[in-house]
Design a protein around this ligand. Sequence first.
Ligand code: SF4
Ligand code: SF4
Ligand code: FES
Length: 286
Amino acid sequence: MATNGETTVKKKKKPKESSSESAEPKKAPAPKKPERLVHLKIRRQDAPDKLETRRWEEFKVPFLPQMNVNAALQQIQKYPETTEGKRVNPVVWEAACLEEVCGSCTMIINGRVRQACSCLVDDIAPNGETITIEPMSKFPLVRDLIVDRSSMFESLKRVKAWIDLDGTHELGPGPREAPEAQHERYPLSRCMTCGCCLEACPQYNDSSKFIGAAAINQVRLFNLHPSGAMHKNARLDAVMGPGGVADCGKAQNCVEVCPKEIPLVDSIAVVARDTTKRLLFGWLLK
Ligand code: SF4
Ligand code: SF4
Ligand code: FES
């Protein structure tokens, strides 16, 4: 650094001595590490009615740190080439929140129904094992890994999974509630309509009308709410008929697979008890 006003002169580096004694032997270049690859085997189908296009396709994509299945699918989207070197249409799937909140990326991964965005490659294939991915089987297929979960939303309509409003005018403060009541409701409110519970439920299939654990849980949730309780009976009536809570076989698969750890079996028991009471004493309690 110049401190006395004179021009700074950079010191020239001394040329290296060329003595053969002082020169270090050249190191051989380190062998390139083989890139870690993620091996995916994916069930594909081009359209709901094109059964003839149903097939498995395999892909290998570069591993990325903290990679989840959603990120692996994104890699395929960038380079849709199978392990046989065939260029194909990119695999399609749904995803929105990427943090296990919306439920849209639900699929069957290595035989278990779960969300692609919260399924880490390191957890399920730490040694490069093949990851098998299929669409959920209990909902109509749209394409590849996308299914139509409309039936779940229809069930929410059936059980009136909302709080009615009289209007948009000022209604004043809502009813006061004990924290214990709020704590009871909170776990029930975490449902993201992902469909895992229906996929795993033996009672939910093409030949049954069973509404499933998710909608029954919503009956409990909204009936616990002080304002929601005003329509308690309408919700109970909705699950008392065919396909209602009595169709549950109590296999408890639903609670095993629910990613939000909702106490579904408890909800089913509570709603079943309430429907029984309504059946026996409904005329009295009207
Ligand atoms: S307890 Fe069994 S039959 Fe009932 S909703 Fe859950 S998985 Fe289905
Ligand atoms: S109850 Fe659980 S498994 Fe079923 S839809 Fe809701 S979050 Fe998914
Ligand atoms: S993207 Fe929303 S749950 Fe996976």
